[in-house]
Design a binder for this molecule. Structure first.
Ligand SMILES: N[C@@H](CCC(=O)N[C@@H](CS)C(=O)NCC(=O)O)C(=O)O
Length: 206
């Protein structure tokens, strides 16, 4: 059976678990990282020298980096509507997935640490404002893209939606004054309709 090492409140673990659920895969997840620890042992670092989660174990394969894991699950197990029809569509999915990791993830992580992991009285308001401004710039780009389609690649959900969709839960539930981005909100509402999303991504923010 496929195994995932990582606590369920990590956005990077959520990507993997949501993707696996969409593909109908049976996955066993172990709580590792954060308060559970276990990610700085020699045994764990032999699998992932970074000491980070998630790690996927599928037979002989041991894999880290959440986007790489999502790509692997789709390459290895995808069937039906999740199969991307062309190299062009696969490249566009990769574009939005990499954009999330290199661009959106940075202000979203800064915002999450300030609003969720820092006591109100210890928050740095300048950092909060900077993260909101930066994230708004990027969510606005996605909002424009989603003006003419229901999901990131068009009319059906695909791996392109996984990283940004996982982060969208945080964007819509953290407490701050959110700018009005109607197309991102409508897309997020479509994700929330899915039990796979609710069960694997909509986990209390801690
Ligand atoms: N780029 C990596 C980032 C991995 C990462 O930083 N994971 C965090 C959790 S989101 C982690 O391992 N933190 C240490 C811990 O949970 O103990 C990925 O996408 O998998």
């Amino acid at each position: 059976m496929i195994k995932v090492l990582g606590r369920d409140n990590s956005v990077n673990v959520q990507k993997v678990m949501w993707c696996a659920a969409e593909l109908g895969l049976d996955v066993a997840r172990d709580d590792v990282g954060g308060p559970f620890g276990g990610n700085h042992t020699d045994a764990f670092r032999a699998m992932n020298p970074n000491g980070t989660i998630p790690v996927l174990i599928d037979g002989e394969l041991i894999l880290w980096e959440s986007n790489a894991i999502v790509r692997y699950l789709c390459d290895q197990y995808v069937t039906g509507p999740w199969a991307l029809p062309s190299a062009q569509q696969t490249a566009l999915a990769g574009q939005w997935m990499d954009w999330y990791l290199t661009t959106m993830h940075l202000p979203m992580t800064a915002l999450f640490w300030q609003l969720v992991r820092t006591e109100a009285q210890a928050r740095d308001e300048a950092k909060v404002d900077a993260a909101i401004n930066e994230a708004t710039k990027f969510w606005s780009i996605l909002d424009q893209h989603l003006a003419t389609r229901n999901f990131i690649l068009g009319e059906t959900l695909s791996m392109a939606d996984i990283p940004l969709g996982s982060s969208a839960y945080r964007w819509h539930t953290m407490e701050f004054e959110r700018p009005d981005l109607p197309n991102v909100k409508a897309w997020w509402d479509r994700l929330v309709e899915r039990s796979t999303y609710r069960e694997n991504v909509m986990i209390p923010l801690t």
